[in-house]
Design a protein around this ligand. Structure first.
Ligand SMILES: *[C@@H]1O[C@H](CO)[C@@H](O)[C@H](O)[C@H]1NC(C)=O
Ligand SMILES: *[C@@H]1O[C@H](CO)[C@@H](O)[C@H](O)[C@H]1NC(C)=O
Ligand SMILES: *[C@@H]1O[C@H](CO)[C@@H](O)[C@H](O)[C@H]1NC(C)=O
Ligand SMILES: *[C@@H]1O[C@H](CO)[C@@H](O)[C@H](O)[C@H]1NC(C)=O
Ligand SMILES: *[C@@H]1O[C@H](CO)[C@@H](O)[C@H](O)[C@H]1NC(C)=O
Ligand SMILES: *[C@@H]1O[C@H](CO)[C@@H](O)[C@H](O)[C@H]1NC(C)=O
Ligand SMILES: *[C@@H]1O[C@H](CO)[C@@H](O)[C@H](O)[C@H]1NC(C)=O
Ligand SMILES: *[C@@H]1O[C@H](CO)[C@@H](O)[C@H](O)[C@H]1NC(C)=O
Ligand SMILES: *[C@@H]1O[C@H](CO)[C@@H](O)[C@H](O)[C@H]1NC(C)=O
Length: 595
């Protein structure tokens, strides 16, 4: 979050075109130049050099692929460490926090950042300044690795071209926790015998690992991985195997994950949470291994040396590594036990939808702490959801935030909470949005304030307003009623959208046709649903209709011009019954007659 405030992107907030309070925020796309003009050095350009770009295209890559996609962006003390694909020539820079244009140094990005922007990779920098990256480290993307570099330890990687260690992985996230660095990913399951299946995984390495000697040289001796179970229980459990995103709550030792079904099957998503003790338990359990390439994977029955990290002070786990234990380290990396989530069933499930990202906020309610999840979806909405120990409150959907105008869809790319600003930042393809975490003011009555069951809001009896706990006048006069999931009022009253522009339209006046200015609007912003009221008011407005002119009756004959001899008499009429208007026909004929 610190980065967000430091970068302090300017953003535009605007109520959607429907101007309905139910559709909260819609940001306008701002061209990148805008940021540059408004801030000092908020945005900087970092593209590939001309010859790098040409070399990339000469290898058959497209112009779009041969740009610089930032795939690593980390804070390291007072520096920002950023790596980009740089036209299939990965490059990293250290920049000064607060002045991004100040490049402190530039290093090779291979094994730190993928070549291809489509590859899913991750990286973390430890407090000792070591970079742990999980990415593919060759041009063709066939050599995935977990790689340590920088800092003081020797560079280490996972065994090369060993599909048992890593099998076409998609890396999701990495965390530096205690003696270990943990990696979350999904990959082809080596232990699954029949057909190709993807499993969600957690892997870990010891930070104190220094690699083997002769065997496993420059390679991890402490790499282990385990399957993550996120499933709906039943006679045959239904598995959500494809991990998409994680969120770590260090104070709770809890990791939330988003899991989906395979892209080629029916869309379904779930959120499961894992505590560190369940993870440690799986890693402390037996291994599962394969005797020879044709045999099945079985639990290791004889006791196996457990490759635990030494404490950071001593020489680490590798001090007494014998050839025998190095051979074991080569074979034993897959855990037999599966990491089980904190609850048997997922915290949240949703059919026909793919979740993409999540963040979790811990909210102080009146009587207890609540975990509020913000789940981004593939079509640009955010589901605000409760996660609670209490069974009746588990997975309550509190609110659905619609970020894009009706008809527009794109996945939420990133979510980040900035606590100091009480806001949620949302990254979409072309923009960053900021949404306040608390919107209690929008609940006007006590009934609606308590009825939404929003842990951020309570009814203040003295102020007679829906407020946050910080704004309450007196805790004992501030009430909440979070006893069950809110009833989603699906009844939606219809509201008119905007008027269309004025347009010419035709009208028939007896036999004659003419033209008018017309405009229309529809009751679709939103349309009424589930018995909601229809819009009240005109759907069509007509103005400035053309009118053909019409004669008045002839006046009576005026007196003759002479009393004797030849004289004449005049009578008149005018084209004013009615007068022609807005392009209507003028009257045909004489307006004056003589005799
Ligand atoms: C930022 O760094 C650039 C390049 O080193 C330097 O020219 C510029 O003066 C710096 N700006 C600030 C505000 O320090
Ligand atoms: C990376 O992950 C996304 C989201 O799960 C997926 O759509 C995409 O295909 C992955 N990229 C590769 C190269 O597998
Ligand atoms: C995953 O969890 C479900 C529900 O508890 C359980 O039925 C199933 O056996 C577990 N699967 C694995 C592989 O542990
Ligand atoms: C390594 O072996 C020596 C002597 O056998 C022993 O004193 C020491 O405790 C061992 N270190 C570790 C980390 O096991
Ligand atoms: C951690 O999760 C496991 C289930 O995987 C559960 O049995 C255990 O009680 C949890 N421990 C803590 C401290 O919450
Ligand atoms: C809060 O309200 C309670 C009950 O009305 C009262 O006893 C207490 O003095 C109030 N505290 C403050 C700080 O106003
Ligand atoms: C709290 O909600 C329950 C239903 O969940 C309802 O029966 C009760 O009347 C509510 N209490 C207040 C004070 O609104
Ligand atoms: C549900 O919403 C509709 C339209 O906003 C409103 O008229 C109705 O009173 C609401 N029902 C409840 C039970 O709150
Ligand atoms: C109708 O005519 C008036 C007067 O000529 C003009 O001010 C107005 O803009 C016209 N309205 C439309 C919708 O064209």
């Amino acid at each position: 979050p610190k980065t967000l405030s430091d970068l302090s992107l300017e953003y535009t907030e605007r109520v959607s075109i429907c101007s309905s309070p139910k559709i909260p925020i819609l940001a306008e796309e701002t061209p990148q130049g805008e940021y540059q003009r408004r801030g000092t050095s908020i945005a900087i350009e970092w593209g590939p050099e001309e010859d790098t770009r040409k070399a990339c295209q000469s290898k058959g890559k497209t112009e779009v692929e041969c740009q610089n996609y930032i795939r690593v962006l980390l804070i390291n003390g007072k520096k920002i460490f950023a790596c980009g694909t740089n036209a299939f020539s990965p490059t990293c820079t250290n920049r000064q926090l607060g002045n991004l244009s100040h490049v402190l140094d530039k290093i090779n990005g291979v094994a730190r950042c993928p070549y291809d922007p489509r590859h899913n990779s991750t990286a973390v920098i430890t407090s000792r300044g070591e970079l742990y990256a999980a990415t593919v480290i060759d041009f063709s993307g066939r050599d995935p690795a977990i790689y340590r570099s920088l800092g003081n330890g020797p560079p280490l990687r996972t065994a090369q071209y060993n599909s048992k260690w890593l099998n076409e992985p998609n890396f999701i996230s990495a965390y530096d926790i205690g003696l270990f660095v943990y990696f979350f990913f999904r990959e082809n399951a080596v232990e699954h015998d029949c057909g190709k299946t993807i499993y969600a995984r957690i892997g870990r390495v010891c930070k104190s690992d220094i690699g083997g000697r002769f065997l496993l040289e420059d390679t991890w001796t402490t790499f282990m991985k385990a399957r993550l179970n996120c499933s709906r229980s039943g006679e045959i459990p239904f598995y959500y195997n494809e991990l998409q995103s994680t969120f770590y709550l260090p104070e709770q030792d809890l990791i939330y994950g988003i899991f989906t079904t395979n892209v080629n099957s029916i869309a379904a998503s779930a959120v499961c949470a894992y505590n560190l003790s369940a993870i440690t338990q799986a890693f402390n359990g037996p291994f599962r291994y394969q005797e020879n390439p044709r045999s099945t994977w079985l639990p290791a029955s004889n006791p196996i040396p457990n490759f635990q990290c030494g404490s950071l002070g001593d020489h680490g786990p590798n001090e007494n590594l014998t050839e025998r234990s190095l051979q074991d380290a080569q074979r034993f990396f897959l855990m037999n036990d599966v990491v089980q989530p904190v609850t048997v069933n997922p915290l949240v499930t949703h059919d026909n939808m793919r979740f993409s990202k999540l963040v979790v906020d811990i909210v102080q309610g009146r009587d207890t702490l609540y975990h509020v999840m913000y789940i981004g979806t593939e079509h640009g909405t955010i589901l605000k959801t409760l996660s609670s120990e209490t069974k009746s409150l588990r997975g309550c959907y509190l609110e659905e935030l619609q970020l894009l105008p009706p008809g527009k869809q794109e996945p939420i790319r990133s979510l980040q909470i900035l606590h100091s600003d009480r806001s949620l930042f949302v990254g979409l393809n072309g923009m960053v949005l900021k949404i306040p975490l608390e919107r209690c003011f929008s609940y006007k009555t006590e009934q609606s304030c308590l009825g939404v069951r929003d842990p951020y809001c309570g009814w203040d009896l003295r102020k007679r307003r829906c407020t946050t706990i910080e704004d309450s006048s007196n805790m004992s006069l501030w009430s909440q009623n979070i006893t069950e999931c809110p009833v989603r009022n699906l009844t939606v009253d219809g509201e008119f959208g905007l008027w269309s522009p004025w347009q010419l339209c035709e009208h028939t006046d007896k036999e004659a046709t003419g033209s008018c200015m017309c405009r229309s609007r529809s009751c679709d912003c939103p349309a009424p649903r589930c018995g909601g009221r229809e819009c009240a008011g005109a759907r069509i407005e007509v103005a400035n209709c053309s009118r053909n002119g019409g004669w008045t009756l002839w006046s009576s004959w005026a007196p003759c011009s002479t009393t004797c001899g030849i004289g004449f008499q005049v009578r008149q009429r005018s084209c004013s019954n009615p007068t022609p208007r807005y392009g209507g026909r003028v009257c045909v004929g004489q307006s004056r007659e003589e005799r």
